[in-house]
Design a protein around this ligand. Sequence first.
Ligand code: AMP
Length: 284
Amino acid sequence: MKTLKTNQGIRSESARLRNAGKRIGLVPTMGAIHQGHLSLVRRARRECECVVASVFVNPAQFGPGEDYRTYPRNMRRDAALLRQEGVDLLFTPSVPSMYPSGYSTFVEETALSRNLCGWHRPGHFRGVCTIVSKLFQLVGPERAYFGKKDYQQALIIRRMCRDLNFPVRIVLVPIVREPDGLALSSRNRFLSPRQRNQAVCLHRALELALRQIRRGERNAQKVIKGMEKLIREYSLARPEYICVCSAHTLEPLTVIRGRILVALAVRIGKTRLIDNKEYHVRKK
Ligand code: AMP
């Protein structure tokens, strides 16, 4: 695995691989690598001759008062894990190289970004779209791999590629979970043991929602109320949003039908966790 820190370096190494006829799969991450990230790498490995991973904690996607400063960083460990998984190029740019002084250009998706996390984290997806566009420009991947853990993000990036004609296929990869159902996340390491026990409430609430829907419940508000009640039984958990929406448009539903996404964000102490599940309500 070659590690590159400069734009010029990653651009020329990626071009060399592309010119040798290799299909590049890109896995963008913010580091603190876990099995969720590694599942993206494995999928990319299977589908592409070359895998490029990036580790960059992107300041543009953090709002004021969010955890940019304290976000876990451990480049040595990350590099070792990515190397073991067979990554060919690791790109680890600096903040000034991505956002030089006077930087003033951003990419914004304006429909899918309005709901869910977009509503609660203004500017977040603008930061995500901007950095992902920059990575696509530098690496020129044929495919890019995103986790369904950040379902909204993956859909927004897919839309961005379509709208701005990026020739990149966006591959969505299933959520990797702990045995008790908690979705793996770099932020889980902020949780105290007690908080970690209670963090299972996100998955439990999603399971409850799916049980109700499978039994025939079609009233989104009733499903949301049930989830909220379950979460409130966990003393350290505060729901930020709970939503039943279309899995295509992310617009909230009143009547549950078609391909749906049940998504939520919950604060456990200072840590904000998100999770979701897709479900297809088939016509009888
Ligand atoms: P992050 O480093 O949190 O920005 O995540 C980088 C990529 O890994 C994103 O596409 C995430 O959706 C994906 N990812 C994070 N956690 C998981 C998980 N538990 N399962 C699958 N993919 C994940």
